[in-house]
Design a protein around this ligand. Structure first.
Ligand SMILES: [Zn+2]
Length: 188
């Protein structure tokens, strides 16, 4: 993707500047704790964090950031849990939408039809030998491989999502954020 025209924001944890779409947005409210804003639509004073636990912890350790963004001691862990749940729900909703179209396929028998930018999704309980096959297919077709959130309802252990649908970039971004937030910053 062309990064030049993307709006940039700074993470209040590590202070790095990244494209807005790669960060998680929160709104801090005077009366309550920080609220996760997955669609970027809530009004109020927003702040951004990378989707990794370390950045939540860093923001919390910084006294000034803590007093302006977090109000309760236990909030960081609660917030991480909330964000993960919300991302998982959004991913599931998008997959349900995909199920109504012909753009979602069972991945195990259709590896040859993978095209550039398609998404390969696998369940976390998928056996390793099947993962090898998926990664080979991904390399050949330049598709992206993501692990599905735990508990995500899905009949097949492996799915191929076509990039031809407008919701594909959002789905990919949410999967990436979920994966980063669930694996302590190390994707797979
Ligand atoms: Zn960060």
């Amino acid at each position: 993707m062309d990064n030049r025209h993307q709006p940039l924001r700074q993470c209040v944890g590590c202070r790095k500047i990244r494209p807005k779409t790669e960060l998680l947005r929160f709104v801090s409210r005077a009366s309550a704790e920080a609220v996760f804003d997955p669609e970027g639509r809530l009004e109020g004073r927003g702040f951004y964090l990378c989707p990794v636990e370390q950045c939540f912890a860093k923001a919390y350790k910084n006294k000034r950031a803590r007093s302006s963004y977090f109000r309760k001691r236990e909030q960081v862990n609660e917030l991480i849990y909330e964000v993960r749940e919300e991302l998982s729900n959004m991913i599931e909703k998008d997959l349900i939408r995909y199920k109504k179209t012909a753009y979602l396929k069972d991945g195990l028998c259709e590896e040859k039809t993978i095209r550039e930018d398609d998404l390969i999704l696998y369940r976390s309980d998928n056996p390793p030998e099947e993962k090898v096959g998926m990664h080979t297919a991904a390399r050949a077709g330049r598709a992206k491989v993501y692990r599905l959130p735990k508990g995500c309802e899905c009949s097949s252990p492996c799915l191929i999502v076509s990039s031809e649908r407008p919701i594909a970039p959002r789905l990919a971004m949410n999967l990436q954020k979920y994966d980063l937030l669930s694996s302590k910053g190390l994707a797979r």
